[in-house]
Design a protein around this ligand. Structure first.
Ligand SMILES: Cc1cc2nc3c(=O)[nH]c(=O)nc-3n(C[C@H](O)[C@H](O)[C@H](O)COP(=O)(O)O)c2cc1C
Length: 195
């Protein structure tokens, strides 16, 4: 099948990107990932192992490809490369603004712009609080273009017992939004823990 593009930008929530990529690879779905410089800094703050160590593990999978953020000649910079869509997770306010305004100053932003112009699925997981009017307007711009805007909010009604539960819920919802058949069983994951 066509690969899913995962863009990791410099908002809090590195674990969301890690879990999403691992969920895709566990289902043998090809992944092409790119990660901004700021995202690497956030990863260093939030995660137990360096980004390079995690990246090396992903690269053991034949289904995984990594493209450096500055590589504007990478296949995902062109609409001629077929993909199953893209998730930007987590999505910083800066990357949100760049995508909403078509700036394409790095590979992540360009790959998202390609999804918009090719009318492919694009899911963004913006993480900032509180949000300014600028952030809200940028989210509205993307929503009107058909982008799924999915803030990483917990489902308190599911009584999550850990951060891991919350992360799994958000990742599940984001992957569901891509519309991949592999995730059509998503509803099963959203039952209350006691069920
Ligand atoms: C530890 C850390 C946490 C951050 N958390 C956020 C955040 O949650 N949301 C956000 O919009 N920016 C956050 N930032 C700021 C962004 O990383 C910064 O605006 C950066 O320029 C974003 O670049 P990028 O969009 O190219 O990844 C954080 C920065 C650091 C160092």
């Amino acid at each position: 099948m066509d690969p899913v593009v995962v863009g990791i930008s410099g908002a809090s929530g590195s674990i969301l990107a890690q879990r999403a990529i691992e969920a895709l690879l566990n289902r043998e779905i090809p992944v092409i990932a790119t990660c901004s410089s700021a995202a690497r800094m956030v990863w260093q703050e939030e995660m137990e192992e360096p980004f390079g160590t995690t990246l090396a593990r992903w690269q053991e999978s034949a289904n995984f490809t990594y493209c450096p953020i500055g590589d504007l000649k990478a296949p995902i910079a062109s609409g001629t490369t077929p993909t199953a869509g893209m998730i930007v997770m987590p999505c910083s306010a800066s990357t949100l603004a760049a995508i909403a305004h078509g700036l394409s100053t790095n590979l992540l932003q360009r790959a998202a712009d390609v999804c918009l112009k090719e009318r492919r699925r694009l899911v963004i997981v913006p993480r900032e609080t509180p949000v300014s009017t600028i952030h809200l307007e940028n989210m509205l711009t993307l929503s009107r273009l058909g982008v799924t805007v999915l803030p990483p909010e917990p489902a308190f009604y599911l009584h999550p017992a850990s951060v891991g539960d919350i992360v799994d819920f958000i990742v599940g919802r984001a992957l569901d939004a891509l519309g991949l058949p592999e995730f059509l069983d998503g509803r099963l994951r959203y039952q209350r823990r006691s069920e």
